[in-house]
Design a protein around this ligand. Structure first.
Ligand SMILES: NC(=O)c1ccc[n+]([C@@H]2O[C@H](COP(=O)([O-])OP(=O)(O)OC[C@H]3O[C@@H](n4cnc5c(N)ncnc54)[C@H](O)[C@@H]3O)[C@@H](O)[C@H]2O)c1
Length: 350
């Protein structure tokens, strides 16, 4: 197993990187944050690295509805009760939800204490724990409150994926495939060429971490290149929000997968993408993910949801598209009237 591009991201077993973890923890009180599903991962960590055995551990309930300021307050209370001070350390053990809220809590507690991310979901390892975005949802809107701050180290041990539910794994795989589509034909070809259980998971995590790291290092504050990572998300988020309004819950990655197909179709319609590439993307995604769609009368509401996105003014929606498999293009503004026509055509032919 090897170390990935950014020196702070380590891919490998806990044992392999125990030395780094121990060094960072020296002379500090260590606290651990997890959710009710990742408590088992904390037990594994404590068994493997004995100095963490007595670390005070706070468990929150899993689920997006608990990614709030109220939960943050409970964690701050816990740290205060345990007399955590400026020199101490929080280790976040969980999926993207835990690394997001844990990073936020640590960065704001007593003006900021150090933290470590140990992501336990595929999405956490290849996406959420990397790039310094931390935060919580507010007034029902995702990730409204937060800040950019980086952990001391991110340690991805694929062992944790053994207990991750299959659908949660697939949710992360949608982001892996997106990395291929926006940045590496080779990564896409590999991930889409094999049955999922035959994939070399270490290889795909390593490649996806490299792609995300490369992009966020070029543009940490999402001024330009980081927008590449939004491919599939403009439509994906709108579908996700619409389903939530209908009380039909879906996984984020499943909505992104549908968003990838539709945004590839938009790329085709605007003459950026070849038809054979679009057909390949559609076939691959449909073989792996459940199909989420909408009906013609819902298109105006979907476009309204896209407009609520901070990047969009009233007449245009800002998209990241692709001009070939393996290459994304940012800042593609599309007029809402034209977008409506393209979405109608998509429904007609699919
Ligand atoms: N900061 C960023 O750049 C960024 C990027 C993408 C997503 N995110 C955020 O990440 C979150 C989504 O991440 P996620 O998909 O990991 O969600 P999650 O953290 O909610 O985890 C998904 C589910 O899997 C469970 N789980 C995680 N690891 C497990 C394991 N090893 N064994 C058993 N169960 C396990 C969790 O308890 C949860 O029920 C969202 O809140 C999203 O906003 C942040």
């Amino acid at each position: 197993m090897k170390t990935v591009v950014n020196q702070k991201i380590k891919l490998g077993s806990l044992e392999q990187h125990a030395k780094e973890l121990i060094e960072i923890s020296e002379n500090k009180k260590v606290f651990i944050l997890c959710d009710n599903n990742t408590e088992q991962c904390v037990n594994y960590l404590k068994n493997k690295i004995s100095i963490f055995r007595n670390a005070g551990t706070y468990t929150i309930k899993s689920g997006e509805k608990f990614k709030t300021l109220k939960t943050s307050q409970e964690i701050w209370d816990f740290l205060i009760t345990k007399k955590a001070n400026r020199n101490d350390l929080l280790i976040n053990v969980g999926g993207g939800l835990i690394t997001d809220i844990g990073g936020f809590v640590a960065s704001t507690y007593k003006r900021g204490i150090q933290f470590i991310n140990i992501p336990t979901s595929l999405l956490g390892m290849i996406d959420a724990s990397i790039g310094g975005k931390t935060g919580v949802n507010f007034n029902g809107i995702k990730n409204q409150i937060g800040l950019f701050n980086n952990p001391e180290i991110i340690l991805c041990d694929p062992y944790f994926l053994k207990t991750l539910p299959k659908d949660e794994f697939l949710s992360g795989l949608a982001e892996v495939l997106k990395h291929g589509l926006i940045h590496s034909r080779e990564h896409w070809d590999y991930c889409s060429s094999l049955e999922i259980d035959k994939l070399d998971i270490l290889k795909i995590i390593n490649e996806s971490i490299s792609i995300k790291t490369k992009i966020v290092c070029i543009d940490p504050q999402e001024k330009k290149e980081r927008k590449l990572l939004n491919f599939g998300h403009t439509i994906g988020h709108a579908i996700e929000s619409m389903l939530i309004q209908k009380h039909k819950q879906t996984l984020h990655g499943f909505a992104v997968a549908s968003g990838i197909i539709i945004e590839s179709f938009i790329s085709l319609e605007l003459n950026h993408l070849k038809e054979e590439d679009y057909i390949e993307i559609k076939k691959t995604i449909n073989e792996i993910f459940p199909k989420l769609t909408f009906i013609k009368s819902e298109i105006p509401a979907l476009i309204e949801l896209m407009k609520t996105d901070k990047k969009n003014n009233s007449d245009e929606i800002n998209f990241t598209l692709i001009d070939e498999i393996g290459h994304g293009i940012v800042n593609q503004n599309i007029n809402t009237a034209q977008l409506k026509l393209i979405l109608e055509k998509y429904l007609e032919i699919s």
